[in-house]
Design a protein around this ligand. Structure first.
Ligand SMILES: C[S@@+](CC[C@H](N)C(=O)[O-])C[C@H]1O[C@@H](n2cnc3c(N)ncnc32)[C@H](O)[C@@H]1O
Length: 360
């Protein structure tokens, strides 16, 4: 049976992926400091772990696989970019705690997930330091950026996956050799964001006129918007606000820092509602897919010709969790915690694709 140690465990996307794949496994420990996240973890996976600080964690435990999605705030372009240098005390520098634990436990596989920006010129020295240390410990690293939309989930979420596999001793060659690993092939996206939406959504999730005014570029309706293409076909020319301001509109022009000043969203499109006054934010509309789920209620959708926030249940669905998982987590956590846990997690389907290749 595969023994799994989840570090920075969150709600346990790795355990969920193993469960979905039907791989017999035991979660030997889940190291997670946040008392609400570990409550959800326990509720979803039927475990009974206590909150633990990785800095103090030093158990002697046997494990075959370590999964760690170490904190990414200080590498993320959305954050202050404090970085993750060893000894800096930033949350992102906690990735070095994993190295300490790998050195001690020497599992066969280590999967590390983080934001794409860790490979930027500003932060890549931390990725290099991690990879070099893993090599010194006798692992071969494989690294690739994977997007959840290429693995069956209509969410644009790019993340760096680093898979480290312990080299093995080959008797015939009398030396250490690397095991084979290929990242999983992309699959065509068949589902749309609308397939992940709830049917009856509480009115509180809908944007009122004031909020709608903040995200929309109304001026653009003064000139004709020609031949707008939506999922329902070409809609001809639109010259007015086309309907009431918070209901019944066919398209909405979302303020974006591009040349024309807006992107058009139609029914079923994902909308990034964060920082409405930003002068630099681009790509706010995802056609039939969600923008990246974050730790707040910042992601929206045009649903039934109105703009609203995604619900926490929809965010869990877009991270690859089932409604039954969400139901269990929602019994022990508030909506604010559930948004945070979804935004912090890893898309289960991406991990399933990786684990399928790794463990086959
Ligand atoms: C990016 S999330 C990882 C989520 C997880 N991979 C999942 O499947 O949901 C990082 C997690 O690290 C946790 N964390 C931060 N500092 C920690 C520490 N000192 N010890 C243990 N966990 C910590 C955070 O609470 C957060 O849940």
């Amino acid at each position: 049976m595969l023994k799994v140690l989840e570090l920075f465990a969150g709600i346990g996307a790795c355990s969920k992926a193993l469960e979905n794949l039907g791989i017999e496994h035991e979660i030997v420990d889940a190291v997670e400091i946040d008392k609400y996240a570990i409550k959800s973890f326990n509720a979803i996976h039927g475990t009974n772990f206590e909150p633990q600080d990785i800095k103090e964690w030093n158990k002697d435990i046997k494990c075959d696989l370590i999964m760690h999605g170490s904190p990414c705030q200080d590498f993320s372009i959305a954050g202050k970019q404090a970085g993750g240098d060893e000894g800096s005390g930033t949350r992102s520098s906690l990735m070095y705690e994993t190295l300490r634990i790998v050195e001690k436990l020497k599992p066969t596989y280590v999967i590390w997930e983080n934001v794409k920006n860790i490979l930027s010129s500003r932060h890549v020295h931390n990725w290099d330091a991690y990879a070099e240390y893993m090599e010194e410990l006798g692992y071969t690293n494989h690294c690739q950026i994977l997007n959840a939309k290429d693995y069956g989930i209509p969410q644009n979420r790019e993340r760096v996956f680093t898979i480290s596999i312990k080299d093995y001793y080959d008797k015939d060659f009398n030396c250490l050799l690397a095991r084979d690993f290929q990242f999983p092939a992309k699959i065509k996206l068949k589902k749309k964001l609308k397939d992940f939406l709830e049917i009856n959504v509480d009115e509180k999730y809908y944007l009122n006129k004031e909020k709608l005014d903040m995200i929309s570029n109304w001026q653009c309706y003064e000139k004709p918007l020609n031949h707008i293409k939506t999922d329902e076909g070409i809609m001809g020319t639109i010259t007015t606000r086309s309907g009431a301001e918070c209901g019944g509109m066919k398209v909405i022009a979302i303020k974006t820092a591009n040349k024309q000043g807006y992107d058009l969203a139609s029914n079923g499109d994902g909308i990034d509602l964060s920082y409405p006054n930003s002068q630099t934010r681009r790509g706010r509309v995802g056609h039939s897919i969600s923008k990246t789920i974050t730790t707040s209620d910042f992601q929206g959708v045009m649903d039934n010709y109105r703009v609203r926030k995604l619900t926490p249940r929809e965010c869990f669905r877009l991270m690859g969790f089932d409604d039954s998982d969400f139901n269990k987590a929602s019994e022990v956590c508030s909506n604010a915690q559930l948004y945070k846990q979804a935004g912090n997690s890893i898309v289960v389907n991406v991990l399933e694709a990786i684990l399928n290749e790794l463990l086959k």
